[in-house]
Design a protein around this ligand. Structure first.
Ligand code: ZN
Length: 248
């Protein structure tokens, strides 16, 4: 179901100033910058079981291990750079402004490093921490904690990474639902179609009385490929630059 233009490349998608574009980015876009995800190694994430390092139960059991794990991820993220796919989405925001709704499943700051200003991190952010006990606001935090886990100045509770772990409710679901309702182009990038609730967004889009155009971009067919009008397969860093034709 791919549409190939005369040059053998895909035809660009025309975007107007008033277009409303919904983009969901997943692990695939970060993987192209060298950020590994837990799917890469059969359920292990940098040699750790997801249950141990990405659940509230794991944190309660061994906060020191969890903090060591996220400290390593924080160190690593200082060494990776956005790729052309991130840059293309920043350029799209430059053209559309609020007409682009960009939501990511990734906790890294690669979209922001590429210049994107409005990014909803539905699974939280690697460089943010929050208190596990009191309702103080999450705060920017790029420190590493290799020994004792940090403690809240305000209540003495344990500080945890501000990431959404398995079994926790993603952030911004209301805004996401509204954006799915309003968009005329629905475009996941490098999102495998297996992690819910994000994998169900395309179904929400298709259930509208006037569904948006749905296009998937990524290196391999997603698990929910049959839900899309088109799948444009290839590395996002190669497909996204030039994907849009800006009608000024
Ligand atoms: Zn606190």
């Amino acid at each position: 179901m791919s549409r190939v233009g005369p040059s053998g490349e895909f035809e660009p998608i025309a975007v107007k100033r008033e277009s409303r574009v919904f983009v969901l980015t997943g692990a695939g876009i970060s993987a192209e910058s060298g950020v590994a995800t837990f799917r890469d190694a059969g359920g292990l994430w940098y040699q750790h079981r997801v249950e141990d390092v990405a659940t509230a139960e794991g944190f309660a059991r061994d906060p020191r291990l969890v903090w060591r794990f996220y400290s390593e991820r924080r160190k690593q993220i200082g060494e990776v750079k956005p790729n052309p796919a991130h840059l293309a989405l920043a350029e799209l925001e430059g053209f559309l402004g609020d007409g682009l709704f960009l939501v990511t499943q990734n906790v890294d700051p690669l979209h922001e490093l590429a210049g994107s200003k409005r990014v909803l991190h539905m699974h939280g952010e690697l460089l943010t921490s929050r208190c596990d006990t009191c309702p103080r606001r999450p705060f920017r935090d790029d420190r590493t904690y290799l020994d004792d886990p940090p403690v809240c100045d305000e209540c003495g509770g344990t500080i945890r990474p501000d990431v959404i772990w398995f079994g926790e409710i993603p952030l911004g679901l209301r805004e996401i639902a509204d954006a799915i309702e309003a968009c005329d182009l629905f475009l996941p990038v490098g999102s495998s179609g297996s992690v819910y609730p994000a994998a169900g967004f395309v179904a929400e889009a298709r259930e509208r009385s006037r569904p948006p155009r749905t296009v998937y971009v990524g290196p391999e067919r997603p698990d929910n490929a049959s839900m899309f009008d088109e799948c444009r397969l290839g590395p996002a860093g190669r497909v996204l630059p030039g994907l849009f034709k800006f009608l000024r």
